[in-house]
Design a protein. Sequence first.
Length: 278
Amino acid sequence: MATTTEAEVVTVKHTNGSAKPDISPASTKSDPQPAKATVVTGKHGTGSEKTILQSVGLMEYILESSVYPREHEQLKELRDETDKHPWKKMLSPADEGSFLQLFLRVMNAKNTMEIGVYTGYSLLATALAIPDDGKIIAMDINRDCLNVGWASIEKAGVAHKIDFREGPAMDTLDVLLKDEKYHNHFDFIFVDADKDNYINYHPKLLQLVRVGGIVAYDNTLWNGTVALSEEEMVGLPKYVRHYQPFILELNKFLAADPRIDISLVSIGDGVTLCRRLV
Ligand SMILES: C[S@@+](CC[C@H](N)C(=O)[O-])C[C@H]1O[C@@H](n2cnc3c(N)ncnc32)[C@H](O)[C@@H]1O
């Protein structure tokens, strides 16, 4: 049971919407200045890498005691399938999946949207949590990765809830906005792609989510780097350094936006829940 005391950045995201992720993990172990934020790795592979908890042991404890024993069979299957995929670190972690499911059930969400599907872990988690006549408009720049998880989604009997829209999310959002029926329509929107555009998605999403509904932005702790100084960022992978200012700007913007209530939940890589007020 290892404890990581220096920053070890492992969470991976795509680059500039091109669906060509840089998945090389990096360590700052040789960095003379210890980082304030700690990101630890876990032994379970996919789904247990993304944590800002104090220790690997704590993350493993959460997963083994309360997440894996209750994880839906097809969610586990999809996670295992994704484990063979070269970009597997883009997968949402299982504890975040279970949190989203509970949250969706508590709010009785029926109409949802997801931006950034990858192999479909959070998509399947959502599809399992909403009612049989619920719908998810799911967007991704391409469908190839979803093919990895599609058999599990079908086996789970929830494929009929998914309306997949291929292409850049910004374009798909503009298509939805042209149709009045989607205004104030969504109970829940999960945003997990294209980090440098989150702030540009925001005004569009606020028109599409209903008053009282939730827009959830993933990765708002950005590998723990939101707490690092410029000097501490030196030596981290380029994609981590590239997106950090966008996430910092987003976090500042959301904290000051009077149209929403917010809570930055420190699960996975951080997810900020925004409740539309007006
Ligand atoms: C972090 S992954 C999504 C992970 C997924 N939510 C899960 O739970 O496993 C990000 C996805 O966003 C997609 N993507 C990147 N840029 C995009 C864009 N501009 N519009 C739509 N999807 C995009 C990528 O192809 C990738 O599949």
